[in-house]
Write a protein that binds this ligand. Structure first.
Ligand code: SF4
Length: 250
């Protein structure tokens, strides 16, 4: 970890810097999502923070907020090579519409794929290993050099996310900013409609949370938005957000 936190924060928090120390020091309690983002990008982690976006069902809200603060902020987009074509097209549309100039497409290591998933069917035999190969490992590599990253997770998405805090620290010591933790589905839809932001084309077809094509289905009325991810399996997360503080479930 680089710990390029602002000098003020470092000198004011003797010993290890934790999420609660940072939250208190920067007085984050009650900040709006936009102000939390601004503080994190311009003060707390200036030059050492990236957004990680799936360009999924509700991603455009956070991407729009970021575009109003810094259009050149690194936005890491994980292309597992199993995404819907609609998502790949949508990524380009949104980046263009919002003027984002630093979207970085992160792909799995080609050598690792040829060794561990030569036939492209690991997602059928062992989803956890597939997510490790195509999501967790590439993202871990891409985040090297950053002290913090911004995620689009929300409490309303699933029971496993109802403890989500606006600022957390992962097992690797890196901070995670979740500016939309407290937003509900209606607020997100309202934001998208009010600003006439482009919707992901699969939302109209019943997809409330959009991941890889082989592992995502539409959801029925009243289901958890993430119920369509890895349906009929115990799996609820890809491994990117499995920190021990939440029993490995966030
Ligand atoms: S979501 Fe499915 S296809 Fe995508 S990386 Fe995980 S197991 Fe593989």
């Amino acid at each position: 970890m680089l710990h390029r936190l602002s000098d003020d924060a470092k000198s004011s928090s003797a010993g290890e810097i934790s999420a609660s120390v940072l939250s208190n020091f920067y007085d984050l309690e009650g900040l709006s999502a936009q102000n939390l983002l601004k503080k994190a990008i311009e003060e707390m982690f200036n030059g050492s923070i990236a957004m990680v976006s799936s360009f999924g069902a509700e991603s455009v809200v956070l991407l729009h907020m970021i575009s109003k603060i810094d259009k050149s902020l690194p936005v890491l987009f994980l292309d597992t090579q199993f995404l819907f074509q609609e998502t790949l097209d949508y990524q380009r549309t949104v980046a263009y519409r919002l003027g984002l100039t630093n979207v970085q497409i992160i792909t799995p290591d080609a050598k690792a794929v040829s060794e561990r998933d030569p036939n492209g069917n690991l997602h059928i035999d062992d989803q956890s290993s597939c997510c490790t190969l195509r999501k967790t490992e590439p993202l871990d590599n891409a985040l090297k050099g950053y002290d913090a990253w911004i995620t689009g997770r929300k409490r309303h998405q699933a029971d496993t996310r109802n403890l989500l805090q606006p600022l957390e620290q992962g097992d690797d010591g890196r901070f995670k900013l979740n500016p939309l933790a407290e937003w509900n589905h209606a607020e997100l839809r309202q934001y998208i409609e009010m600003l006439n932001l482009p919707p992901h084309p699969l939302v109209a077809k019943g997809f409330a949370s959009i991941g890889c094509e082989p592992c995502t289905t539409a959801v029925a009325e009243g289901e958890d938005p993430r119920a369509g991810r890895w349906r009929n399996s115990e799996k609820t997360e890809c491994g990117i957000h499995t920190d021990t503080a939440y029993g490995g479930q966030i």
